[in-house]
Write a protein that binds this ligand. Structure first.
Ligand code: ADP
Ligand code: ZN
Length: 739
């Protein structure tokens, strides 16, 4: 009898063996979900392998009860990828297998949807019926005539066209003149959305070179590298290159996956793919209902679509003939999942591409240092788009030194220059974007008398104050309380608010430009699922003059009438204790600046900064990625930080600080024998944010070049060694969040 190795829906990181009853042998393969007896109950599990022998005594093995019919098997290639994820990211096998399937598919609860369709039993008989029968009911005749023309009509269609009652149809079915058939249908969120077919534009020279390079890489005979960095400035037409590469994949009969950051998965983005490829595109949006998601997955699995566009998890689309994976805005941190499995979708994309011999395109205007480094060392190929399409010029960027400004105006939030430029835009009916990467009215509530700064009871975090809601809220745990009328410590009513947020910018702008139409886009105002589309729609048609927002507006928006972008407090992100702080600042400023001047009128950008000499600010002003990269990478190299090393963080969380501190020390001691000389260890130390939701946080950082053996030992220790009940301990491999 064959033996199935099965992973249960429990995070034990341990497969179990079960006997495959002969009658199920033809149905049980790796990737299939089965029901098995487990302890006293029955559980679902995934078969990950079918073997002839077992690690355990065969006479002790139980048998598989049945095969779960609802969801088809996970393709072998994905199972292999899941195994790699579990090993590389030090998470349990169950966690990685779970990531391969959307919850709607995994649950086994969603059923296929079907509708009844109606046909004539025999068209000849039916025609005879119309002519021969002396006392015919007119309703019956109408239905028959309709079905002669539209075989396979739905009852809804029949009712609408003939106005005949349901009983007439039922009677015809009973007499076998009409037959009823169940047809499976897909729940399709786009069924009623029209899209206009787009014609591909003539490519620019640079685009052409890129497309050719990708085509060449897609030739099966061409050896490595299979990953290409498409480094193209904002507005250089990267999406068009993606579209051509996809068309090429389709010509070869291959499927494509397009990953975009969640925040960029807007109708505007998906429209560009649908208008080129129509129904061949499946969009995996987070707002899909379970039934819709189940059906999209099924369509992909059955190869009824050729292209999937979605955020991070779309990477696991169950295509069996993958030719291309595109990761747009590859530098985005949101590609790193911050719960287990803590994988980086860009890196897993490169791995999946390698395993399935698919070409991977990483696109960005500000490549991550990791990817650029890989391009420099020849691990990735690279092509560049240095110019915007249509001779559209890059925006002119100016820095406003706010220290000088402070001397001049006494510390106004909008510099004189910014006010002047906005005013000019209003006169010319052009649009302005104002960016500040912080929401709220103020980020600190301070008592004038005792100096208390109000902080969350559960977290190491200042409350953010909202004037509109008269409330204080914590970004970390989400708690919202009414704003204090007096200091909660000394009772003094003299309360001061400081630290700037978008809500305040909004109110200042309203005072400065009373006649302008102003809208704000941040997580406080975008509370309804439709609010995002509504504001962008209004902005597009010119109902809004000034759009204020956090990083929600930084990415991907393409509004030709925006000719001014103002960046307030450009240095905000620099004061974070993270070795990538400057890289992020550069990326963010470049992205925001790229929103300006995308139409016929050249754009301008004003960067307000208190540290205008800073490299990341200077280089984004000059649009000089290379200088920035070279500057920064020199430092990274000296300190052996990524991209020259890998960084693994091990986190500890718990309610008792002394207990986690002690446990973290012991954890490190136990791991010591596996830490080679070239691996640097920092910690254990309290994390930068020392407490969230009443849990204390400790971290140990490991940095090294060759980490494979260490990672294996770490994985074993994290998943299989004893850990006190209230302590949560996990590894974050290639961590991007240093807080
Ligand atoms: P990126 O993603 O590099 O920022 P986009 O792909 O959004 O740039 O392109 C910017 C604009 O240029 C879009 O409106 C796009 O339709 C247009 N565009 C791209 N390629 C061409 C081309 N070859 N000819 C004309 N317009 C183009
Ligand atoms: Zn909190």
């Amino acid at each position: 009898m064959k033996i199935a190795r099965i992973i249960m829906g429990l995070s034990l990181d341990k497969p179990f063996d079960y006997l495959i009853p002969t009658e199920l042998e033809s149905q049980v393969h790796a990737g299939v979900q089965v029901y098995v007896p487990f302890g006293k109950s029955q559980r679902r599990g995934y078969v990950v392998a079918v073997n002839n022998e077992s690690l355990y005594p065969v006479d002790k093995l139980k048998r598989i009860d049945s095969v779960c019919e609802v969801h088809p098997k996970i393709p072998d290639t994905l199972l292999k990828l899941g195994k790699w994820i579990s090993e590389y990211y030090c998470c349990s096998q169950e966690q990685s297998v779970r990531a391969l399937l959307p919850a709607a598919v995994r649950s086994g609860k969603i059923k296929r949807k079907s509708i009844k369709l109606y046909f004539l039993g025999s068209p000849e008989e039916a025609q005879k019926y119309i002519f021969d029968k002396p006392k015919k009911s007119p309703a019956r005749v109408k239905i028959i005539q309709l079905l002669l023309q539209h075989p396979g009509a739905s009852s809804e269609f029949i009712r609408r066209e003939t106005a005949a009652g349901k009983s007439v149809l039922t009677a015809l079915v009973k007499e076998k003149i009409v037959i009823e058939e169940n047809k499976e249908v897909y729940r399709n969120p786009f069924a009623n959305i029209e899209y206009v077919k787009s014609t591909p534009p003539e490519l620019t020279e640079e685009q052409k070179t890129s497309v050719d390079k990708i085509s060449e890489m897609m030739e099966p005979s061409v050896p490595k590298p299979h990953t290409l960095l498409l480094y193209g400035v904002t507005g250089s037409g990267k999406t068009e290159v993606y579209l051509r590469a996809i068309a090429n994949a389709i010509r070869q009969g291959k499927d494509s996956i397009v990953l975009v950051p969640e925040i960029s998965l807007t109708p505007q983005t998906t429209e560009r793919f649908r208008s080129r490829f129509g129904d061949m595109v499946s969009v995996l949006h987070s707002s899909l209902r379970d039934g819709e998601r189940f059906d999209e997955w099924t369509k992909i699995f059955r190869s009824q679509v050729k292209i999937v566009v979605g955020a991070r998890s779309a990477l696991f689309a169950p295509f069996k003939n993958l030719g291309l994976i595109i990761v747009d805005e590859e530098h985005e941190n949101s590609y790193k999942q911050d719960e287990a499995p803590r994988y980086h979708a860009r890196d897993v994309a490169v791995m999946r591409g390698y395993m399935e011999k698919a070409v991977v395109i990483l696109g960005s205007a500000t490549p991550s240092f990791e990817s650029y480094h890989n391009a420099m060392t020849g691990k990735y190929a690279m092509v560049r788009l240095t110019k915007r399409v249509d001779d559209c010029v890059m925006p002119k960027i100016r820095i406003v030194d706010m220290n000088t400004e402070k001397l001049k105006t006494g510390g106004k939030i909008f510099s004189g220059e910014l006010v002047e430029e906005i005013r000019r835009r209003l006169e010319k009916a052009e649009q302005t974007i104002i960016f500040l990467n912080r929401k709220g009215f103020a980020t600190r509530m301070v008592c004038n008398k005792c100096g208390l700064i109000a902080t969350c009871d559960n977290c190491t975090q200042n409350y953010t104050y909202s004037r509109k809601r008269e409330s204080l809220s914590c970004h970390l745990c989400g708690i919202v309380i009414p704003a204090f009328k007096s200091c909660p410590k000394c009772g003094d009513p003299g309360i001061r608010y400081s630290g700037l947020g978008t809500e305040k910018i909004d109110s200042i702008a309203a005072e400065l430009f009373p006649r302008a139409k102003i809208a704000r886009m941040d997580s406080d105002t975008m509370t309804h699922p439709d609010s995002y589309d509504k504001v962008l729609g209004d902005f597009r048609v010119g109902k809004i003059d000034i759009l204020i927002g956090t990083q929600m507006i930084a990415k991907g928006l393409d509004f030709p009438n925006v000719t001014l972008v103002g960046i307030i407090n450009a240095d905000l992100g620099l004061y974070i204790p993270d070795f990538r702080a400057e890289e992020r600042t550069f990326q963010l400023l470049t992205q925001v600046a790229g929103r300006s001047g995308r139409g016929d009128i050249p754009g301008e950008v004003l960067i307000q900064s208190f540290t205008s000499h800073n490299t990341s600010i200077q280089c984004s002003k000059n649009n000089d990625y290379l200088k920035f990269y070279n500057d920064q990478v020199a430092v990274r190299k000296k300190l052996n930080y990524p991209p020259f090393s890998h960084l693994i963080a091990v986190h500890f969380r718990g309610p008792d600080e002394a207990q986690i501190a002690k446990f973290a020390d012991e954890f490190l001691e136990k791991l010591r024998p596996h830490i080679s000389k070239d691996i640097k260890v920092a910690g254990p130390l309290p994390s930068t944010i020392a407490r969230i939701k009443t849990k204390f946080r400790y971290v140990i950082m490991f940095r090294g070049d060759r980490m494979k053996e260490f990672r294996e030992a770490l994985r074993e220790q994290v998943l299989h060694s004893k850990c006190p009940k209230d302590i949560d301990c996990y590894a974050d491999v290639d961590a991007v969040n240093m807080m």
